[in-house]
Ligand binder design. Structure first.
Ligand SMILES: [Fe+2]
Length: 160
């Protein structure tokens, strides 16, 4: 922890940083999984899904950057290597052999909902700790995840 003149106690900052680093690991894992889908998807909707998954990857990359910079803003060390993310991420491993668009949409939407649930908890947890700034950050991340979950699920909802 670094000294800072920010008006949040070291105890609050320490607790908030732990939450941020946990969600950072999930986000880094998720971004790799989205690229996996971007590269390997096949089928009649190839180009639409290939491009949608790339947009989602860019959105998750933005979130990774935002979360990591909040850690350092609070005087912590962002723990954002792939090796740490692999150990700490709460997401299940992505299946390596799937190709069909519907399969990628199913798995990616599942991963997004798992990460989305953890982020929603982080909103409440950081608000309770008294850090409205981080709660707001997670609220923005949550809203973006909800939007992309819709983008993915809309492909699967044609049969009601
Ligand atoms: Fe690409």
């Amino acid at each position: 922890m670094y000294k800072t003149k920010i008006d949040l106690s070291e105890k609050v900052r320490r607790n908030v940083i732990a939450i941020l680093n946990d969600r950072l690991a999930d986000a880094i894992d998720l971004q790799g999984q989205v690229k996996q889908a971007h590269w390997n998807v096949k089928g009649p909707n190839f180009i639409a899904l290939h491009e949608l998954f790339d947009k989602l990857s860019d959105a998750v990359l933005d979130e990774i950057d935002t979360i990591a910079k909040r850690v350092t803003s609070l005087g912590g060390n962002a723990e954002g290597t792939v090796a740490v993310a692999a150990k700490r991420s709460k997401l299940k491993n992505y299946p390596l052999s799937i190709t069909a668009g519907r399969d990628h949409l199913f798995y990616l939407s599942t991963q997004l909902s798992v990460f989305g649930k953890a982020v929603r908890s982080a909103i409440d947890d950081t608000a309770k700790l008294g850090d409205a700034g981080t709660a707001d950050l997670f609220t923005g991340v949550s809203r973006e995840l909800d939007k992309y979950l819709w983008f993915l699920e809309a492909h699967l909802q044609d049969k009601g």
